[in-house]
Design a protein around this ligand. Structure first.
Ligand SMILES: Cc1cc2nc3c(=O)[nH]c(=O)nc-3n(C[C@H](O)[C@H](O)[C@H](O)COP(=O)(O)O)c2cc1C
Length: 246
């Protein structure tokens, strides 16, 4: 089978009664993995402000959205960043013992097999550097102060415009969170989930007078290394710079 044929078949891998997934760890009675990667002890934790009241209706945001690659030099407020995180990633409800979590974007089986990392470059009240979002408590875990512009550009295969964004979202997949329930049938669903998550970020960006550009052309190792991800149990799968629109 050629790579193209195999990839086409992967896209066809749906859920139906005649083609059930292989026995998963959930089927075997194993406990569900955690809904969030715990912050490292000693790291600074920053609480995010409550939702801002944005002055844009949904149809406006949907119809005016375009991939934005040129960003204004003005700062994004912490409340605006908080709004984008809350409307895309924040956990609103948990079912049982990590069985499911409900968030603004949908996810197959409510597994949400992602962690959100951000590189902050121009956000009022937040020092530049990398952060990990804690979706259960709507907080940021500070990771590193030194993120080199060259490294950011290298992480997106030389796409220079990305380094002008106020904040860059790096979404990491945590595959086991979905595999625990759906084993071999998890992977297409995770990609569909990521699309939903990305669209929420794009629309939320519009609502705070900013714009986003989804990025699939990126360097796996450089992106993973930015956040010390092992590339196996956690790895970057989608990048979205968000910057103010002039
Ligand atoms: C999954 C995905 C990956 C993309 N990757 C890139 C990218 O690496 N670089 C880039 O400049 N634009 C990228 N784009 C943006 C597309 O080029 C853009 O959506 C398309 O040209 C349509 O324009 P619009 O978003 O303004 O409607 C990507 C979009 C999607 C949905």
């Amino acid at each position: 089978m050629t790579v193209i044929e195999s990839n086409r078949n992967f896209m066809k891998s749906g859920f139906n009664s005649s083609e059930k997934h292989a026995k998963s760890d959930q089927d075997k009675g194993l406990p569900a993995p955690s809904l969030q990667v715990s912050p490292k002890s000693g790291n600074e934790i920053i609480s995010l402000p409550p939702l801002v009241d944005v002055n844009m209706n949904l149809s406006e945001a949907m119809l005016q959205r375009r991939s934005l690659r040129k960003y204004d030099k003005s700062a994004m407020s912490l409340a605006e960043l908080s709004f984008i995180l809350e409307t895309s990633c924040k956990v609103q409800k948990v079912l049982g013992d990590n069985i499911a979590s409900f968030r603004p974007a949908p996810s197959g089986g409510a597994r949400h097999p992602f962690e959100t990392y951000i590189v902050v470059q121009n956000v009022e009240g937040l020092s530049s550097g990398s952060y990990h979002y804690l979706p259960l408590s709507h907080q940021l875990e500070k990771l590193s102060v030194n993120i080199d512009e060259k490294e950011i550009i290298a992480s997106v295969n030389g796409q220079k415009f990305v380094s002008g964004a106020n904040v860059i979202f790096y979404f990491a997949v945590i595959p086991y969170r979905a595999e625990w329930r759906y084993s071999d049938k998890s992977h297409k669903v995770m990609l569909l989930d990521l699309g939903h998550l990305g669209q929420n970020v794009c629309l939320a960006a519009e609502a705070v007078a900013a714009g986003a550009c989804p990025i699939a052309s990126y360097d796996q190792d450089i992106s993973d290394n930015l956040f010390e991800l092992d590339g196996e149990n956690a790895y970057i799968s989608y990048i979205i710079p968000v910057g103010k629109n002039s």
